[in-house]
Design a binder for this molecule. Structure first.
Ligand code: PXP
Length: 245
C-alpha cells in the first residue's frame, strides 16, 4: 500500500509566528497518527524557523508511527540524528534565504562526502533517504553512496500545475514517471513529495514504484477549514483511488 507521511512543520510555523507553545506540532502529529497517517515528517532546519529541538524530543517520545527526520547534511544534524535514531533520515539541501526546500540535493557533486556522512546513520539503524530532483545522475549517485531510499522532488510539477502551464507539468510528470522506474530498477525505494495537493496528488500516487508520499503544507492549510482528520482522510482517499485504477 502507498504510505502517507504527514509533514507537521507548518504547525510549528504558526506557533513560532507568536512564540509560545501553541499550536503544538506533537499534538498535530498524534492527531495525524489517529487519522491514518503512516508516518510523520519533521524538518529541523539550521535556523529553527519552524520545528525546534524540543519538538523532535517530544515526537520521538510520543509517536507510535515512524518519524522521518528531515535535515541538512551537517555535523550538527548528524549528531542530533545519532542521538535520537529516528526510523528514517531524509537529507535535503538547505539555503537560509529560501522559503522552502527549493531543489534536490546535489548528490552527484558531493558523492564522497555524503557516502562518509551517511555511513554512521545507517550503522545506527536509520533508513537513509535522499531528496533529489528526478535526474538519472542524482539517482545513480544516491545508489552508489548506499542510500536505501530516494524521495523525488515534485515541486516543479506542482508549480507548473498551479501556474496553468500544463504542457510543462505533463513533461515533468513524464520525467518523474521515468525516474521512479529507473530508481526502482536499481533497488532503491522511491518516495515523492513537495507541494502536493488534492489537485496534484493522483498522477503521482498512481506511479506503482512510489511507496510513500510526504505531504505537509497543503494538508495543514486545509486542516484550518475542515480539520486535520478530514483533510488527511480525503488525501488518503484520493491516493487509494489513484492506486486502484
Ligand atoms: N518532502 C520533503 C523532502 C520536503 O522537504 C518537504 C517540505 O518540507 C515535503 C516533502 C513536504 O512538502 P509540502 O509541505 O509542500 O507538502
Amino acid at each position: 500500500m502507498l504510505r502517507l507521511g504527514v509533514n507537521i512543520d507548518h504547525v510549528a510555523t504558526v506557533r513560532n509566528a507568536r512564540g509560545g507553545v501553541y499550536p503544538d506540532p506533537t499534538r498535530a502529529a498524534l492527531l495525524a497518527e489517529a487519522s491514518g497517517a503512516d508516518g510523520i515528517t519533521a524538518h529541523l532546519r539550521e535556523d529553527r524557523r519552524h520545528i525546534m529541538d524540543e519538538d523532535i524530543d517530544k515526537l520521538m517520545d510520543s509517536l507510535e508511527i515512524p518519524l522521518n527526520f528531515e535535515m541538512a547534511a551537517t555535523d550538527e544534524m548528524q549528531a542530533i540524528a545519532l542521538r535520537h535514531k529516528p526510523h528514517a533520515v531524509c537529507l535535503v539541501p538547505e539555503k537560509r534565504e529560501e522559503k522552502t526546500t527549493e531543489g534536490g540535493l546535489e548528490v552527484a557533486r558531493e558523492e564522497n562526502r555524503l557516502a562518509h556522512y551517511i555511513a554512521p546513520l545507517r550503522e545506527a539503524g536509520c533508513r537513509v533517504s535522499i531528496f533529489i530532483a528526478a535526474e538519472k545522475k542524482q539517482i545513480e549517485a544516491a545508489h552508489r553512496i548506499g542510500a536505501e531510499v530516494i524521495e523525488l522532488h515534485t515541486g516543479a510539477y506542482c508549480d507548473y500545475h498551479a501556474d496553468g502551464k500544463f504542457d510543462k507539468r505533463d513533461q515533468e510528470l513524464e520525467r518523474l514517471t521515468e525516474m521512479a522506474k529507473f530508481a526502482d530498477s536499481l533497488g532503491l525505494e522511491v518516495h515523492a513529495g513537495h507541494g502536493l495537493s488534492y489537485e496534484t496528488v493522483k498522477p503521482i500516487a498512481a506511479l506503482p514504484e512510489v511507496k510513500e508520499l510526504n505531504i505537509g503544507h497543503f494538508l495543514m492549510g486545509e486542516s484550518m477549514f475542515v480539520g486535520m482528520d478530514a483533510s488527511i482522510k480525503e488525501m488518503r482517499r484520493l491516493m487509494d483511488e489513484a492506486r486502484a485504477v
